[in-house]
Each structure stands twice: as structure tokens, then as C-alpha cells.
Design a protein around this ligand. Structure first.
Ligand SMILES: NC(=O)c1ccc[n+]([C@@H]2O[C@H](COP(=O)([O-])OP(=O)(O)OC[C@H]3O[C@@H](n4cnc5c(N)ncnc54)[C@H](OP(=O)(O)O)[C@@H]3O)[C@@H](O)[C@H]2O)c1
Length: 200
């Protein structure tokens, strides 16, 4: 099974790539600084990536940037930037990449706990995660050729130490466990699901 992992050099994407490759998948690793280059905020760049890789069995997207600021300081531009940086970027991968995914293949996106629980400074991220999870629900219902669409939506990772102060008292999950969530999404049968990797 050939799987394109966008953001494979990152914490979540790296965990996804490791779990998939340990389970016999051929993993194609893409990001802005990889040999397989893509900037998901640029639809032309996403188009060029798919033209380069051709047909794949599955696509994992583990990227997304959103501003974190107190609500009173979040400008309209911040919300728009979070939308483009996390939501539209991943939606573009689905829309542009659909013809390049084999029958019965899948897309797995990345959201996070802020769709379900609040933290200070997290309003723009919450909006982005919630929007993307609703997109997955509806888009999966219309995906052609048996293609499945899911999102992995973890809590803060044990390894993401720079984020821990912003998530006081939150349960954490290991990157390895999150990698299994991506594996389940790619190898499994679910569609339209928000997959929440559980501890440890
Ligand atoms: N860390 C956590 O605890 C956690 C928990 C829940 C959800 N999340 C979500 O998971 C996603 C990934 O987080 P992470 O912690 O794994 O981030 P990370 O370690 O910073 O990794 C980000 C990855 O995405 C790539 N990337 C960044 N911008 C890109 C762009 N415009 N186009 C293409 N590739 C790009 C990076 O590589 P290049 O720099 O080479 O492009 C890198 O491979 C984010 O949306 C985050 O909100 C994270």
C-alpha cells in the first residue's frame, strides 16, 4: 500500500509515517523542506505534488498552523489565517488529491482536542478543528469510488513539551499511540470518523 504522508518530518506526521512503514506500507514523505516538496497553503503546490507522485492508496495530512492569542487580541485576520492554515489547506488536499487516490483508498486529516475542550488562547484553533471535523463528516458521505475520509484528533502529545503549559491538567498521549490512530484510519474500514487516540 502506497501512502503519501504530508508533514512526515513533524511530530504527528513522523508518528504516522513510522506506524505505516512498520506495517508494510510504502511511505512517501512530503513537506516544505522534504525532497518531495509541498506547501499545503498553496493549491498550485498541492497540485504539483500529486502530479509528481501519481496514484496512491492513501493520503495522510499532519499539518496545520493556527494563531494562539487571547480572545480579545484575536483579529479577523487571525481567524482567517487559522482557517486557511489548517482548514482550507487540508480541504485542498482532499479536493485536489481525490483523482489521485485509488478506488477504496483514503484520506486521513489532522485536527485536535480543541474541537472538544477549551484552553485559553485557543479560540481560533477550536474554530479550525471544529470546522474540519464537520467537513470530514459530510465529505466522507459524498466521496466517490469507496474512498474513505477520517480525521485523527489527538489530545496534546507527551512529546510536545512546549505545549504542555497551555494544556494544564489535560491527559497526554504518546506519539506512538497517535501513530496507531493514523494506521487505523489508513488500514481500517472507518469513514467520516473523528478518531481520538487514547492514552498512553
Ligand atoms: N503536537 C501536538 O501535541 C498536537 C496535538 C493535537 C493536534 N496537533 C495538530 O497536528 C498538526 C501537526 O502538529 P505537529 O505537532 O506534528 O507539528 P510539527 O511537529 O511542527 O510538524 C509539522 C509538519 O508539517 C510540515 N509543514 C508545516 N507547514 C507546512 C506547509 N505549509 N506545507 C507543507 N508541510 C508543512 C512540517 O515540515 P516543513 O517545515 O518541512 O514544511 C512538519 O513536517 C497541527 O495541525 C497541530 O495543531 C498537534
Amino acid at each position: 500500500m502506497k501512502v503519501l504522508v504530508i508533514g512526515a518530518s513533524g511530530l504527528l506526521g513522523g508518528a504516522a509515517a513510522a506506524a505505516l512503514s512498520d506495517n508494510g506500507c510504502e511511505v512517501l514523505r512530503a513537506s516544505r523542506s522534504s525532497d518531495l516538496t509541498v506547501d499545503v497553503t498553496d493549491p498550485d503546490s498541492v497540485r504539483r505534488l500529486f502530479e509528481t507522485v501519481g496514484i496512491v492508496d492513501a493520503v495522510v495530512v499532519a499539518v496545520g498552523s493556527v494563531p494562539f492569542k487571547p480572545l480579545a487580541e484575536l483579529s479577523r485576520e487571525d481567524f482567517v489565517s487559522g482557517f486557511y492554515g489548517k482548514v482550507q489547506a487540508q480541504v485542498d488536499v482532499v479536493q485536489i488529491g481525490m483523482p489521485y487516490v485509488a478506488d477504496g483508498g483514503s484520506f486521513t486529516l489532522t485536527t485536535g482536542i480543541l474541537a472538544r475542550e477549551a484552553v485559553r488562547t485557543g479560540a481560533a484553533a477550536a474554530l479550525a478543528n471544529g470546522a474540519l471535523e464537520s467537513f470530514v463528516l459530510a465529505a466522507a458521505a459524498e466521496a466517490p469510488r469507496g474512498i474513505r475520509i477520517n480525521t485523527v484528533s489527538p489530545t496534546v502529545l507527551v512529546e510536545a513539551t512546549s505545549h504542555h503549559a497551555a494544556f494544564p491538567g489535560f491527559a497526554q498521549v504518546t506519539a506512538e499511540r497517535v501513530g496507531q490512530g493514523y494506521l487505523k484510519a489508513v488500514r481500517g474500514v472507518q469513514s467520516g470518523q473523528v478518531l481520538i487516540p487514547e492514552r498512553p
